[in-house]
Design a protein around this ligand. Sequence first.
Ligand code: FRU
Length: 496
Amino acid sequence: AAATDIYRPALHYAARDTWLNDPNGLIFHDGVYHLYYQNNPLGNVWGNMSWGHATSTDLLAWTEHPVAIPCDDNEDIFSGSIVYDRTNTSGFGTGSVAPLVAIYTSAYKPGSEHEGIQAQSLAYSLDGGYTWTKHANNPVLDRRSANFRDPKVIRYDGGEGSCWVMVAVEAQDFKVVFYKSEDLKNWEFLSSFGPANATGGIWECPDLFPLPVDGDPENVKWVLTVNLNPGGPNRGSAGQYFIGDFDGTSFTSTSAETAGLHSPDDHGAYHWLDWGRDYYAAVSFNDAPDNRRLMIGWMNNWEYANHIPTTPWRSPMSLAREVSLQTIDGNLCLVQRPAGDWTALVTQEPFSLAETTIDDSEQVLPGAAGTVQRIDVSFAPGSAKEFGLVLRGDGAKGTHVGIRPDEGRLFVDRRQSGQTDFHESFPSVDTAPVRSSSDSYDLSIFVDRCSIEVFAQGGQVTMAELIFPAEDNTDLAVFAAGGTATISSLQVTQLE
Ligand code: FRU
C-alpha cells in the first residue's frame, strides 16, 4: 500500500478514494449484503451527497460498485433505506421482476422548486440493486419541513395483514415520526415519539425492529434506535435505543424518560448503542438471513469527521454487528457481537498467554504483535487501580484499553494513539460503565489499521474508536497500575 494509505482498513469497509458517512439502504438480497452509503463521489469531505454502493457475501470483504443514486442540480440524496417489494405493491416491477425500492431524503438545493425542504422520495431497481431509476412523482411524502429526514421502511405484519411502516425524524424537534403505506407512494401519519432520554443534539437516522427476548420467539419486544449529534456519552455523535412495544400505530417505551429530567452526568441512565467516539448513524439490514438483526454504523464523529488524516478516502464503516435482547440482572439490554465469519481469515495458530499476574508494570507480549487482530482477554482484578491492554504500541506509547474496577468503568485512552493533533477534540479518554461478572472482566477487541472496537462483558457494552498509529507500532502489552491484576486468559488471533 502507498505510504499515505497505511490506515486503509482490512476488516472494515472504506470507499476507494472518496468520502463516506451514514450507511444507507442496508439489505440482504439474493445472497448478497448491500451496503449503500452517504458518499461524495467527487471528493473526500462531505458534499455532493449521493448514494455510494458496496456488496459483500461475508460482511468482511466488500466490493465497491459505481454510485447508485447520484445527486443532481435539484437535490442531494440524503440517508434512507431499501425494501424488497416482493408483491410489487409499488407497481415499479415488470413482468416477473419484483423491484427493490429505495426510500431516501431529497434535500432540495437552493434555487430548486422545493428549496429549503427535506422530503421523502423513491427510486427503484430491477437488476438487484446495481442501477436505479428515480420515481417520476417525487417527493412522495412532504411535511414542508426543513429537517424531515432519514426514512427507514420495514414490512410490518400485525396479524390483520401487513403494510409498510416508515420511521423518520423531525431532527430539530427530537422526534421520531411514524407513517404507514400500502404502496410506498401514499403515506398516512400514525404517531410520533420523543423527545425522550438523550436530547443533547439533533435526532437523526432512526430504526425500528422486533427482537425476541432471551431468544424466546413467543416474547418479542421492539427496539427503536435514534442517533443524535452532538450529545453522545463521550461527546459528539452517538446512538441511543429504546426498548418497548409497537402496535402498528405507536411505539411505547419502557426505558424512556421525558427529556430534561437528566443532566448530562446521567448518561448512564440511557441506553447507548455504543459508548465510543466513532459509531454513528447506525442502522440495521432489512431481510437479513435467519432472522438475524445486523447493524452497521459509520465509524467517525461529526466533531472532527472531515479532518481525520486518511487519504484519498475518508471514514470507515464499523464491523457488522449482530444485536440481540438479553435480560441482565433483571434488566433488558441490547447485546452485540461482531457478525462476520472470521474462520476463513485465520491462518495461524492464535497466540495465547497462560494465567499471569502483573504488579504495577507494563509488559509487551512478544509474539502477539500485529495490526489486524482479534484479542480475547479476561482479567481478574487485584489491588490495581486500573489494568488493561496497550494496543498498537511501541513499548511506550499506544492506545490504552482497560478497566477501573473501583469506578466500574471501561476506558479507552487514545491520547497517545499516534496522530491526534488534526483536531482538538480527537485526543480523549472515553469511558463506559461496566460491571464485573463473577469477579471477571472479559473483553473482545477487534484491532484494524485505523480503529479498535471493544466488546465488553459479552457485548453488553461496546466502544468503537478511531486511532492513527505509526505503521510500525504493532506491539501488544498488558498493564496494571498501582497494584496487581491477573490475566486469567488471553488469546490473540491475527486476521490478515
Ligand atoms: C447523519 C446525517 C443525516 C443526513 C445525512 C446527510 O449523519 O446528517 O441526518 O441524512 O447525514 O449526509
